[in-house]
Design a protein around this ligand. Structure first.
Ligand SMILES: C[S@@+](CC[C@H](N)C(=O)[O-])C[C@H]1O[C@@H](n2cnc3c(N)ncnc32)[C@H](O)[C@@H]1O
Length: 243
């Protein structure tokens, strides 16, 4: 969360927020603020986008400060562009505050640098939705990050292999990144779907593919540290490791 976002949250009269927003962040708002949940989780219906747009326009005409709170960054697979356009067409003034998108949070907390001299000089961010054709490429010298990959994982991997990406390319699936329950599953690309199926992933997850995943062997700091903390404080109510 940026300092600016935190300040605006404290000023909000109304907060319209998504399912993946950490409740700790929503709790930063004033107790008197009206809180409206509109997000959907995979498999569950959420409010239709046109209804969310209308809601934002209506509240913006009634309240002084309306915060539309999204997980990560509003302009990365967040439909922030659609909402901003709807507000612009309705003549509602707005500001856009950037956030830490899941790819950056997951990379940092899984210990996978997205770029690294001599290994990767290009990052491709894609969605795993079926309708999306992958950007052709070799995966050599680049890192691919897939949002929403779990349901389509075998298909995404099949497409990458068909494009000539090596079956042995290191790949990782990061589940619930940056959360105390974060889990990273890594395997050569071709084996990742089986590993993920066996692990029964429940939380939001994204996939990172590229040679940089190998570096995690040396830079995986969060998950081991969390297990050490849990061992030291078996009865603690606070699962988050302290800095
Ligand atoms: C609709 S997209 C929203 C992305 C968001 N706007 C962002 O910038 O991170 C939701 C997808 O983001 C990814 N995601 C969000 N939070 C995540 C987390 N904590 N760990 C792993 N992936 C996450 C998952 O791929 C999830 O299916």
């Amino acid at each position: 969360l940026t300092v600016r976002a935190a300040r605006l949250l404290r000023r909000a009269d109304v907060i319209v927020y998504d399912a993946l927003v950490n409740p700790v962040i929503v709790a930063r708002a004033r107790a008197s603020a009206t809180r409206i949940a509109v997000g959907k989780r995979a498999g569950e219906p959420g409010m239709a986008q046109t209804r969310i747009n209308r809601l934002l326009i209506t509240w913006s005409r009634q309240a002084r400060v309306v915060v539309r709170l999204k997980g990560g960054d509003p302009f990365v697979f967040g439909r922030g562009g659609e909402e901003a356009l709807a507000l612009a067409h309705a003549g509602v003034r707005f500001r856009i505050v950037p956030g830490v998108t899941a790819a950056l949070g997951a990379a940092a907390y899984a210990g996978i640098p997205l770029t690294q001299r001599e290994l990767s000089s290009r990052v491709i961010i894609e969605t795993g939705h079926a309708s999306n054709e992958s950007t052709p490429g070799s995966s050599c010298g680049e890192t691919r990050v897939y949002y929403m990959p779990v349901a389509q994982l075998p298909e995404i991997v099949r497409r990458l292999l068909a494009q000539g990406v090596a079956a042995s390319t290191p790949a990782a699936l990061v589940e619930s990144a940056t959360q105390p329950q974060q889990r990273t599953l890594s395997a050569p690309l071709q084996q990742l779907p089986d590993v993920v199926r066996a692990a029964q992933v429940q939380g939001p997850a994204l996939m990172i593919v590229g040679d940089v995943v190998r570096l995690r062997e040396h830079t995986n700091w969060f998950e081991p540290r969390r297990s050490r903390t849990a061992r030291r404080r078996p009865n603690s109510c606070d699962p988050m490791p302290r800095p």
